[in-house]
Design a protein around this ligand. Structure first.
Ligand SMILES: Cc1cc2nc3c(=O)[nH]c(=O)nc-3n(C[C@H](O)[C@H](O)[C@H](O)COP(=O)(O)OP(=O)(O)OC[C@H]3O[C@@H](n4cnc5c(N)ncnc54)[C@H](O)[C@@H]3O)c2cc1C
Length: 351
């Protein structure tokens, strides 16, 4: 069965009215997506549900089964998302309640809600004398987005410490625990599909030393500060979504884009950063379609120069004319593929 890319206005109205009856969920029709994404661009979300509790999320999963199949999009901090100007004509989910941001640490085990910001998890773990998760202080996403993307940096990534995730599955229904080994975590990818919503993740970290000392925390704090300082001097601020493209084998996307002479190249409201060529900066009141047009130019220029095809790290949502070669390879496990069984949807959208 093919998953529809867009619900029509009537279907969205009916979805909004139906799910607004669920306790612990507030619903907004045609919610602007710009404020939800670090690019601060993008069109409206047809139906945006703000979810207060894991139980409300599970109830929602049961309820929307009647709207099946349903295009859906979970939004964390929106720090790796580019939603087209046309918007997303489906169900958007925001996990907003305290249960989704809780961070519990017991020994070396850290359990964090899906909406917990990665930098806060990194800082909390260092405060408890733990090590191995300091890298996450520089990644401005959530635990859920971090798992989905297998976020990483400074020589590590989520897969290094992830034990398991709890997921509410909008196709199977109910809440399930998935072991990290079953997520096919690879370079900036996992096999989680759009209908699998991460609720919480469990990490196993290491103690900074056998007998935790105050000095260990101080050393951890120093590492956090070093990472933050490094980010501030090597990456631009402003409206961006981090690295636009994944690094090809044995090379860096930023280096290739730089050598192709594209630093400072502008399309409309979007510009290749002059600080880091694999970042795109967007003007206030900018356009997602400008970002996409610039991405196409970057891909074409690097291809023409080197024969290397760049792939988007940014998750691209609702672009009607995306070349599928643009997107990352998707799950190989047939049981965990998207509902229509293809690695990408027909229009190349990967959500
Ligand atoms: C300045 C800057 C620096 C960055 N540096 C890095 C870096 O060093 N390393 C790195 O890996 N990334 C980096 N990023 C990208 C981004 O922060 C990461 O990919 C992050 O993990 C995305 O998390 P998010 O919550 O913002 O996810 P979003 O951007 O909101 O979503 C990304 C994907 O995850 C899905 N998702 C979000 N929440 C959930 C959930 N609860 N359950 C299931 N799926 C979910 C979304 O549907 C989408 O497919 C950077 C971004 C910026 C802006």
């Amino acid at each position: 069965m093919n998953m529809p890319q867009r619900l029509d206005a009537g279907a969205l109205d009916s979805l909004a009215s139906d799910i607004s009856k669920i306790a612990g969920i507030s619903v907004e029709r045609n919610a602007p997506s710009g404020p939800l994404c670090t690019y601060r661009v993008g069109g409206p979300i047809g139906v945006l549900a703000r979810i207060e509790t894991p139980d409300a999320l599970t109830a929602l999963a049961e309820r929307v089964a009647v709207h099946d199949p349903l295009p859906m999009l979970v939004i964390g901090k929106g720090s790796n998302l580019l939603i087209a100007d046309v918007g997303f004509a489906g169900l958007g989910l925001l996990l907003v309640g305290d249960a989704f941001t809780a961070i519990d640490i017991s020994g070396v085990t850290v359990t964090a809600g899906a909406a917990a910001p990665l930098p806060l998890v990194a800082r909390a773990s260092v405060r408890e004398g733990l090590t191995d998760f300091e890298w996450a202080v520089g990644v401005p996403g959530t635990v859920g987005g971090g798992v989905r993307m297998n976020a990483g940096g400074h020589g590590s990534d989520m897969s290094a410490n992830l034990v398991s995730v709890d997921v509410v599955d909008f196709q199977r229904g109910g809440r399930h625990t998935i072991a990290a080994g079953d997520l096919e975590l690879g370079y900036r990818r996992s096999n989680l599909a759009a209908h699998q919503v991460v609720v919480a993740a469990t990490l196993r970290l290491a103690q900074a030393s056998v007998e935790p000392h105050e000095e260990d925390k101080t050393a951890g704090e120093a590492t956090l500060s070093d990472i933050v300082r490094w980010r501030r001097s090597n990456q631009p601020g402003g409206q961006n979504a981090g690295s636009v493209f994944t690094n090809p084998a044995n090379d860096s996307a930023g280096r290739l884009i730089d050598v192709a002479g594209l630093k400072g190249r502008r399309v409309g409201t979007a510009e290749v950063s002059t600080v880091h060529a694999n970042f795109i900066q967007v003007d206030p009141n900018g356009s997602a379609n400008d970002v996409m047009a610039l991405m196409r130019e970057m891909v074409a220029a690097v291809d023409a120069m080197s024969g290397i095809r760049l792939h988007a790290e940014t998750r691209l949502v609702s672009f009607a004319d995306v070349d599928v070669a643009f997107v990352q390879p998707m799950p190989t496990n047939p049981h965990l593929r998207t509902r229509n069984g293809s690695a990408t949807t027909k229009d190349g959208t990967i959500e």
